[in-house]
Design a protein around this ligand. Structure first.
Ligand SMILES: [Zn+2]
Ligand SMILES: [Zn+2]
Length: 149
């Protein structure tokens, strides 16, 4: 409950995330901490993650399953856009902003002061496509066939 303990937990969780190239769920962070012999309860992990996200130190990522994943935000710049592989969860940051022009255009058109925007792209990375081999190709065609009509 003490604030020094809270700070310690925040540090621990940020460290776990900083050592990962991919976003982690609260459950995975909890397990990482436990493997490193840090006893932080799952409820605490959730609470700390919430606090860190509110402070803008973390970003939550949705990968199309019910879990929420968290990743550390780069401390500087507008490095907020990503290509996210839904298979291996690799997150590839985009340099710069692909919609800067759109933002100023919308701002002018609607007389709207835009403070920020969120933009991520989801799909399958080159590595996952390369490794998946012919099996996933046939999976894909089964999916297509399975669609009604
Ligand atoms: Zn991938
Ligand atoms: Zn942007």
């Amino acid at each position: 409950m003490s604030s020094s303990r809270q700070t310690r937990n925040q540090k621990l969780i940020l460290e776990v995330l900083q050592h990962q190239s991919q976003p982690l769920s609260a459950q995975e962070i909890f397990l990482e901490l436990r493997n490193a012999n840090h006893t932080v309860g799952l409820a605490t992990v959730y609470r700390v993650l919430d606090a860190l996200r509110n402070e803008g130190k973390l970003q939550s990522v949705n990968l199309g399953d019910p879990q929420t994943y968290y990743q550390v935000l780069p401390s500087n710049g507008h490095n907020r856009h990503h290509l996210i592989c839904t298979q291996c969860r690799q997150v590839i940051p985009l340099s710069g902003c692909p919609v800067g022009d759109l933002e100023s255009q919308l701002s002018g058109q609607y007389q709207f002061v835009i403070e920020y925007h969120v933009l991520d792209f989801y799909g399958t990375c080159a590595r996952c496509r390369g490794e998946s081999g012919p099996e996933s190709g046939s999976q894909e065609s089964t999916l297509l066939k399975a669609q009604p009509k």
